[in-house]
Design a binder for this molecule. Sequence first.
Ligand SMILES: Cc1ncc(COP(=O)(O)O)c(CN[C@@H](CN)CCC(=O)O)c1O
Length: 427
Amino acid sequence: MEQGRSQQLFEQAQRVIPGGVNSPVRSFRAVEGTPPFIARGAGAHVWDVDGNEYIDYLGSWGPLALGHAHPAVVEAVQRAAADGTSFGAPVEQEVELAEMICAALPSVELVRLVNSGTEACMTALRLARAYTGRSKIVKFAGNYHGHADGLLVAAGSGALTHGIPTSAGVPESYAAETLIATFNDIASVEGLFEAWPEDIAAVIVEPIAGNMGVVPPADGFLEGLRQVTETRGALLIFDEVITGFRVAYGGAQTLFGITPDITTMGKIIGGGLPVGAYGGRNEVMQQVAPLGPMYQAGTLSGNPLAVAAGVATLTELQRPGVYEQLESTGIRLIDGVNAAFARAEVPSTVNRVASMFTGFFNAGPVSALAEVEQSDTAAYGRYMHALLERGVYIAPSQFEAGFVSIAHTDADIDRTIVAVGDALAAL
Ligand SMILES: Cc1ncc(COP(=O)(O)O)c(CN[C@@H](CN)CCC(=O)O)c1O
């Protein structure tokens, strides 16, 4: 596969950017090789600077439920840009996006827009601590909630991929406020509340784990979290940065019928531009400045271009049949992938919820981080490159989610399934 221009750009990038990338997982360090530098995208396809075309299952790590360069999104951003890019003052589009989010999520009566999922999750912790007056937070090993200090403890995603689940530079005093539980093990959470009965401000969870690869919640797990937090006077934070508007228009909380106290969002609500958000019921959100004593701010929060992209995206996702299409595309893909792995007699487990999925090089089941960590990541890396050479782009890490969009056609899926069979034969 021709990669001359990508290699040249990667060398140039590494002279001025750490690892040559602005987010570690893009570096391909976990799977070796040179990351293709992408020139453009359209629908379900991207082209790199060497002219190689790929069917894209990264979708920018989740924001692109509509695919690349959807006309409604491009037009909304172009129109907004023509009137100015930022004012540092309220604009109408911010109200529209906030109203759409509150209408989609009954648990969210007030929502604050920020610039990333990290900001949303970082602030959600501060809000929970302000509301409860407590200092400890419970998170799950392998869950990733962005790179705020207190959350880079036993983190998933790129931290897990690069073997630094607890980052250097996080003072022990910060890390000590973060208690680690085991995803899908409610007893591990109850044990922490036994040990810290009056100290835990909140439990934060990816309701469907995406950052250890996709691992769905076990039956009763989310209900158990809701119950134990209510009983113990702690808040339940659903980190729906991936799952929000992904697995259903109302996110995982409507899919599973659980009402969290705070929800964090990102990715899809910005349609590929930088938007994050945190929200919850009035009583909790009254803490947020300028209403209350918990401070959070941002020069570009609610940026007109970003919220225009978000409004255009959610508008398209409201169209009848969208989520049924995402579901049927996900089923077609995974049925084909499973059949290809079975024909090749390669042990694998594919976990899928709606249009998010991960194929593990692992005989399975894969329902806990300890099982995820048994996966053959070297085989995954070879598979990922074999697919790339056959025009299919999947996550350059075993510990990430893949996505289909409304732009993925049956022809794309069928071509992908052929490429999977050929890639497995070449391993
Ligand atoms: C559940 C969840 N919560 C929070 C975040 C942080 O969002 P950002 O700050 O990257 O916008 C993320 C970010 N996801 C990763 C990939 N799984 C972003 C990709 C990257 O780090 O480059 C997330 O998945």
